[in-house]
Write a protein that binds this ligand. Structure first.
Ligand code: AMP
Length: 213
């Protein structure tokens, strides 16, 4: 299955991607994860992306397309991919379309996760992440057994720089201005499937059924 997951930060794109991935062998590709790994490793890519990411701004389309052009041609993409956090701008969507035409591939759908703003803010400000293995926690719903220590690997569980209230406000504004227009773009392409997050379970079940038949 080749899917784009659209939706504001905190909508649950990563969770949906992981559930689908476990079933049909497609690979989750999160540009945010790729960039965070580059920042942690101190690579040239990481240095170029770091400041924009910490502020909750987008990194440049050129940087992202450079990453994705290479990533989508890797062997593990043959069984399908779930694009999580990409594309994020109209120019990225146009470049992706051209890239897929070049690779002779077609998307199955753009799945939009629709979620109320207050739910997002609460979810993101209470989210914590293991700085070592990326395991996600929540101070209210799923705290680590020992405060600040990852249950899985013992790494430090921290609040991401871009999950302070100020950075989240900015990320939501950036989403509304630069990413939300993709909803119309993919509607025009005939690929949009919009789902309120309250209905995500039945929609995932329907998608999985489609994959399995
Ligand atoms: P995410 O984990 O998807 O919320 O991404 C974290 C941050 O990485 C974003 O706030 C951006 O700074 C950057 N980023 C991730 N994906 C993209 C993209 N497709 N285009 C531009 N910036 C991105």
């Amino acid at each position: 299955m080749k899917l784009i997951l659209l939706g504001p930060p905190g909508a649950g794109k990563g969770t949906v991607a992981k559930a689908l991935m476990a079933r049909d062998g497609s690979v989750q590709i999160s540009t945010g994860d790729i960039l965070r790994a580059a920042v942690a490793a101190g690579t040239e890519l990481g240095k170029q992306a770091e400041a924009a990411m910490a502020a909750g701004d987008l990194v440049t389309d050129e940087l992202i397309m450079g990453i994705m052009e290479e990533r989508l041609q890797q062997e593990d993409c043959k069984k399908g991919y779930l694009l999580d956090g990409f594309p994020r701008t109209i120019p990225q969507a146009i470049s992706l379309k051209a890239l897929l035409e070049k690779l002779d591939e077609k998307l199955d759908a753009a799945l939009e996760l629709d979620i109320p703003r207050d739910v997002i803010i609460d979810r993101l400000t209470t989210r914590r992440t293991c700085s070592n293995c990326g395991e996600i926690y929540n101070v209210k719903a799923k705290p680590p057994r020992v405060e600040g220590v990852c249950d899985v690997c013992g790494g430090a569980v921290v609040q991401r720089d871009d999950e302070t209230e100020e950075a989240i406000e900015n990320r939501l504004q950036v989403y509304n201005e630069q990413t939300a227009p993709l909803i119309d773009f993919y509607r025009d392409e005939g690929l949009l499937v919009s789902v309120p997050t309250s209905e995500i379970e039945p929609v995932m079940a329907a998608l999985l059924e489609r994959i399995e038949t």
